[in-house]
Design a protein around this ligand. Structure first.
Ligand code: E4P
Length: 220
């Protein structure tokens, strides 16, 4: 499963990238608003840090405006994926982007029916928001499983990008469900490496290492 970082913060994207586990980046207007910097500038910087798909979201909601904005975003770098909301006008734009060879990430997906339509329109990625489904008393991972199954049943090339991941269990469940990718907040990436038994084991090894006698200096 590909691992993306869900962030607009260059410092944390750099830190995650240096761990060698990041295949791509997703952003959204809420994440970028936290930094208070122009979207195009931040997206360009992210593309210099991570050599993989970088999702940049349009804020237009009408087909022609989505197309204008998406084409501008796509010009920033060859790795930019235009993130489009799952609304009727969004799907109309996705169809045209697909014909133009512009990759898309259809976002704000909350049902398998929506995901099926996004695939038919030619989406490169579909982003089911598992955490937000769970928040509304649904089952986010069941949604991922349904989408993966439907795409496999009909051979859709659209990749499932599990989004709105809140904790390590979501990450493991996404992999078990066969999601092509999952996008994780930096906090969750840090949680993934941690295990109390690793800490205890390492402390023991380091303590025991101090008991190993130094090698005597060699004499000629
Ligand atoms: C996905 O692309 C979104 O940016 C993100 O995963 C949304 O997560 P949230 O529900 O935690 O805001």
């Amino acid at each position: 499963m590909k691992v993306f970082i869900d962030s607009g913060d260059i410092a944390e994207i750099r830190e995650a990238q240096s761990m060698g586990v990041i295949d791509g980046v997703t952003t959204n207007p809420s994440l970028l608003a936290k930094g208070g910097r122009p979207t195009k500038q931040v997206i360009a910087e992210i593309c210099e840090v991570v050599d993989g798909p970088v999702s940049a979201e349009v804020v237009a909601v009408e087909r022609d405006a989505i197309l204008r904005e998406g084409r501008e975003l796509a010009k920033i770098h060859r790795n930019v994926v235009v993130k489009v909301p799952l609304i009727d006008e969004g799907l109309k734009a996705v169809r045209i982007f697909a014909a133009e060879g512009i990759k898309t990430n259809v976002t704000l997906c909350f049902s398998a029916a929506q995901a099926l339509l996004a695939a038919k329109a030619g989406a490169t990625y579909i982003s089911p928001f598992v955490g937000r489904v769970d928040d509304a008393a649904g089952d986010g991972m069941e949604l991922v499983l349904q989408i993966v199954t439907i795409y496999r049943n009909y051979g859709f090339p659209t990749q499932v990008l599990t989004a709105s991941v809140r904790h390590p269990v979501h990450f493991v469940q996404a992999a078990l469900a066969g999601s092509h990718a999952a996008t994780l907040p930096f906090k969750v990436i840090k949680q993934l490496t941690r295990h109390p038994l690793t800490d205890v084991g390492l402390a023991q090894f380091l303590a025991d290492a101090k008991k190993i006698p130094e090698m005597a200096p060699r004499t000629p």
